[in-house]
Design a protein around this ligand. Sequence first.
Ligand code: MV4
Length: 508
Amino acid sequence: MTFRKVLIANRGEIALRVIRACREMGIASVAVYSDADARAVHVREADEAVRIGAAPSAESYLKGDVIIAAAMKTGAQAIHPGYGFLSEREWFARAVRDAGLVFIGPPAEAIAAMGSKTAARTLATAADVPVVPGTTAALRDADEAKAIARTFGYPVLLKAAAGGGGKGMRVVHSASEIPDALDSARREAKSAFGDDAVYIEKYIVGPRHVEIQIIGDAHGNMFSLNERECSVQRRHQKMVEEAPSVAVTPAIRQAMGETAVRVAKAAGYVNAGTCEFLLDAAGNFYFLEMNTRLQVEHPVTELVTGIDIVQWQLRVAAGEKLPFRQQDIVPRGWAIECRITSEDPANGFLPSTGTVTWLHVPTGPGVRWDSGIEVGSEVGLFYDPMLAKLIVWAPTRDAAVARMHRALLELTIAGVETSRDFHLRVMEDSDFRAGQIDIQWLERRLDSLIGATPPAHVERDAAIVAALIADRDRLEPRRTPISGGSRGSSPIVDADSWTQIGRQEGLR
Ligand code: MV4
């Protein structure tokens, strides 16, 4: 059994990802779009498209009722929410079900169970899953916080119960800091989530962020698709993800996988989901929270397991059984993903806007490009700045890093500033190449990564790319930033210097 027609309640690369899965399975797809996306790739690639409102997400991609009406009108039987937007809204999952449609994701009850961080901790503890030492109940006052902190020692971390994304979080190093930290954590939690409940945990110093992809069907089968290493992040935004993790031994993989499946089963979970863990240097892991959606970084898992997660999401939502055996799900080779964003690393990652005037997409062995942009795409400020995901697979980690570096060199995006050059510097970094990374690594290394002088061959490649662009644009001059350059600056070089560079290098 499968669906005839599915509506995708999202935009950009993830909408395309789901459209591709539908098409390969013979399922008709319905796109939705805001006024800003009328000419977007996902709209053109779907079999049908429905306009849902104005550019701001609150007037389009967050309009659950309008989206459900579009599904009814087009005869779609199910809705895939992608990530972000409505993907983790309990009310939307419920409204889809109440409309007689299938929500391609977990039951509304499972979304609710994992939505509160303290509820998730309680559920995990009951399922005998290791969590960081701390409370599950909200703190009454500073004295209670001090008394609890004394039991496991400083540093401690105050966290918002309704939390996520690091909002309402405070690291505290001594008892005297508790009152002020508690006040400010409460204020931030109140304004961010409308709930000032704050709880306390022991602060784990220098851990990695490792997560387990799980998938379950409606017949009680649940599998771990193993880990992703997501420590390379800045301000809670992941920038590079990989699978497997250099820090995960077969024994840790098995234990973490069994733990993730236990949490998910305890939450009544069905469909694809992710359990986040902190992994410390001694190999201890602690369950943090569960993301009840398809995640941005799912492709690295697809590449090392050979399992098409999105296709299986569609099948289990339609009631199919998963045919896997856990012992067959073993990572093969290595996959790395870079999130290419329209942000300028040289300017504090300031979002950049403009029209994509040039796009050269890397291809060749082991390269995957998941993107919603093309030449002519308008990059504005209405939505997330992620332009594309560049994903590579190779037999070993060293080969995957080399392949990602090669693919990034091939990538040219002109018209907006991008993180491309920054990602090149990460691939060249000695710590990264050694796999010596933790959740603070990127921010510690930021200045040297941004200030780094690229290797000479990178400079040369960048100059050639810039010269080619200048050459082709000669008849129709443009003054647009080029992100094929070595530092995200605007290395406009004319056609003459291209020939010069070519001659110097003995190229032609
Ligand atoms: C922690 C932690 C250290 N110790 N909890 C960040 C957001 C939320 N998902 C939980 N987070 C953390 N919880 C304890 N007890 C460090 C972090 C953390 C973090 C976690 C995962 C990925 C990136 C991070 C960056 C900073 C802090």
